[in-house]
Design a binder for this molecule. Sequence first.
Ligand SMILES: [Zn+2]
Ligand SMILES: [Zn+2]
Length: 347
Amino acid sequence: MASAIPHTMQAARYHGPGPALHLESIAVPAPGPTDVLVRVTHAGMCRTELHFLSGLLNLGIAPLTLGHEIVGEVARTGATVSEYQPGERVLVNYYGTCGRCQWCRVGQQNLCDRVVAQLGFTADGGYAEFVKASGDMLVKLPPHLDSIQACTLACSATTALHAARHIAPVQLGDTVLIYGAGGVGYALLQVCKMSGARVLVVGRSEAKLRFAQDLGADAVIQATQEDVTEAVRQLTDREGVDIVFELVGTRETMDHSLRSLRKRGRLVFIGYSEDQLIANPLLLVIGEIQILASVGSTPQELVDAVALASSGRLRQVIDRVVPLSEVNTTLQALQHGEVAGRAVLQP
Ligand SMILES: [Zn+2]
Ligand SMILES: [Zn+2]
């Protein structure tokens, strides 16, 4: 049985752009009739949190508890929620959608026109002891899927599934370049390998590239020591790759990505920075290059990610598991590129 629920809890709160999150004691949220109160056991840490602190991502909502990769146990259910019992282990889909707009009706909830709640973006998220979520945002976890592995699925693996299956479907025999060796990159690498692609991974850190090799990368390119475009040409008989998944989005990486594509190649933006995309249209026209973008995922993609992870086919690289009190030092480590894979908070 679930233990008693306190009135207050510790949370790491965002108060606008600045150097750090604030560790505070705030009220435990009260679930409405269709909600579930989840006792957070694990919350994955994502570069999104750095974008909040730098001001790149500013939705004008503060104070706000960040954290959108959430696993926990059901603590209390609203009056009309019947499918969950206290103590059940659940993964929380951070993206609560309306279910009625033109996008939701065709199963493309990631583009919902009337997003109800985006935990960790517009509503309080998982960097806290408890989080409130609508009952239809939860996915039950199979008993043999580890909570630490599971929490990071909610953002990185689902993003990878959406990009590689829906936006730029990866085909048997494709050569794919993954620009950025982090949580999303590792998930993309595994999904692309499952689809029968040859996968090249670009990164800056030796440790991160070693993980990429462990996960099956066919070749890795060290961006600080190699000319990325030339390395790609050499690895592809000077053809270039069919797809680049761009997880960084700086001026330099966008330029390398465009120049690494073969004719009819697809550049898929997932990551972004403050830099602008600058491309001579001639370069695009002569190769019929396509520029695409991928955002988030659908609820079904989260269910699919859980199934892939629980069958052992999708492995998340976990760098460290830390208490809530270490949230800021861990964010700094993430900022400095010292986290290989995901860091996970244990509130
Ligand atoms: Zn994320
Ligand atoms: Zn909708």
